[in-house]
Design a protein around this ligand. Structure first.
Ligand SMILES: [Zn+2]
Length: 324
C-alpha cells in the first residue's frame, strides 16, 4: 500500500520558519503528502450542508464517469440518476450521501479525493485517465460538482445504491459521535470493549466510532489532555467524561467553522483550525511546548508532551530504528 512513497521525516522536524513559509503553513517538501488535510466528519458534514443548499431541488442532467475504477457498483447504473431530482444530502461517518429521489450517490473521498462545486460546469465530456477528475455530476441549471482524486492512492469510491446500507463501509460504521444517543455511557462501553487498544487507534476505527480520522483523533486527545497510547480500558469514569466532551467540542467546533464555507475553502479552514495535527515542531497553542510526532509506516501522529504525556516524549520506534 505504501510502496513507492518517500520515507517520511520523523521526529526531527524541519525548521519552523521553513514550514511556515509554505502556502497555508503546511505544504512544504516531503511533508505535503502527510499534511494535506484528509476529509473527516466535519468536512464531509460541511460538504453535505453545502450540497443541501446548492444541489437539492435540482435535476441531474448528466453524469460523466472519467475513472471507471472509482465506481464500485453497477446496479442501478449511474445513468439511472439522470432526470431525477436531488432530494437530500447527508453524511454517514466520512461517507457523503446524495439522495437523488430515492437512489443514493454515496461517495467516500478517502485520502486524496475531493469534491469541487462549480456554478457553471464545463459542458465538454471529461477525457478519461488524464486528469484528477474521476466523476462529474451536471445539474439542470448548468451547475454541478466534480469528484477528483490527487496522487496515486486511488481510493476514492463512488456507489449508486437504493439504500446507503448496501455500501459495506456504511453498514460497518459504529455510532455517530455527534448523535444525541452518543453519550458518555456509549463511549465508556466502547472503551470497555477494547481495553488494551490504544486510544488513538480506537477513535480512528470507523467500525467503533464513525467519522474520526487521523487529524481529529490527534485534536481530540490533545483537548482531552491524554496520551494517544493510553490503553482504552485504563480511563477512569471522570476521564471518559472528559474524552466524551473533547470529542463533541472538537467535532462541533470544526463543523461550525466549516459551515457556510464554499467547498473550495474547506481544506484551508481545516488546516488553520488544527492545534497539534500536522504541526510537529511548532508551539502548542495551549502551553507553548513543542508539538512532537510519532511516525508509522503510512501515517504519523502529533501530540504535545506537556499537555498529554506528563512532559515525556513518546517513543518513536521508527526514529529509534533509524538511529540504531
Ligand atoms: Zn501543550
Amino acid at each position: 500500500m505504501s510502496c513507492g512513497r518517500k520515507p517520511r521525516r520523523s521526529a526531527s522536524p524541519e525548521p519552523a520558519a521553513r514550514r511556515r513559509a509554505g502556502p497555508g503553513g503546511y505544504r512544504v517538501g516531503t511533508s505535503s503528502v502527510r499534511l494535506a488535510p484528509v476529509p473527516e466528519l466535519p468536512e464531509v458534514e460541511a460538504l453535505a450542508s453545502f450540497l443541501r443548499g446548492r444541489a437539492v431541488g435540482r435535476v441531474v442532467a448528466r453524469v460523466d464517469v472519467a475513472s471507471i475504477a472509482v465506481l464500485k457498483t453497477y446496479d442501478p447504473p449511474v445513468t439511472s440518476l439522470m432526470g431525477l431530482t436531488v432530494t437530500g444530502a447527508t453524511r454517514h461517518g466520512k461517507f457523503l450521501d446524495l439522495d437523488v429521489d430515492g437512489l443514493h450517490l454515496v461517495v467516500h473521498l478517502a485520502r486524496a479525493g475531493w469534491l469541487r462545486w462549480s456554478d457553471a460546469l464545463p459542458t465538454a465530456p471529461v477525457k478519461p485517465g488524464k486528469s484528477p477528475i474521476a466523476l462529474r455530476v451536471h445539474l439542470d441549471d448548468g451547475s454541478g460538482f466534480t469528484l477528483t482524486e490527487q496522487g496515486t492512492q486511488k481510493k476514492l469510491a463512488v456507489y449508486v445504491v437504493r439504500d446507503p446500507a448496501e455500501v459495506p463501509g456504511v453498514a460497518r460504521l459504529g455510532p455517530d459521535p455527534l448523535a444525541a444517543s452518543f453519550t458518555p455511557a456509549t463511549l465508556a462501553a466502547i472503551l470497555a470493549d477494547h481495553p488494551r487498544q490504544q486510544l488513538k487507534g480506537v477513535l480512528r476505527d470507523q467500525s467503533v466510532v464513525a467519522g474520526i480520522g487521523n487529524a481529529y483523533s490527534d485534536e481530540i486527545l490533545h483537548v482531552a489532555r491524554v496520551s494517544p497510547f493510553k490503553p482504552a480500558g485504563s480511563l477512569t469514569a471522570a476521564e471518559v467524561g472528559v474524552l466524551h466532551a473533547a470529542i463533541r467540542s472538537t467535532l462541533e467546533d470544526a463543523v461550525a467553522r466549516s459551515e457556510g464555507l464554499a467547498a473550495a475553502d474547506l481544506k484551508s479552514e481545516k488546516k488553520s483550525g488544527l492545534r497539534v495535527h500536522g504541526r510537529a515542531g511548532l508551539p502548542c497553542p495551549v502551553c507553548g511546548d513543542t508539538v512532537r510526532e510519532v511516525s508509522f509506516a503510512d501515517s504519523a501522529l502529533q501530540y504535545c508532551p506537556t499537555c498529554q504525556t506528563g512532559g515525556k516524549p513518546l517513543a518513536d520506534r521508527r526514529l529509534s530504528r533509524l538511529l540504531r
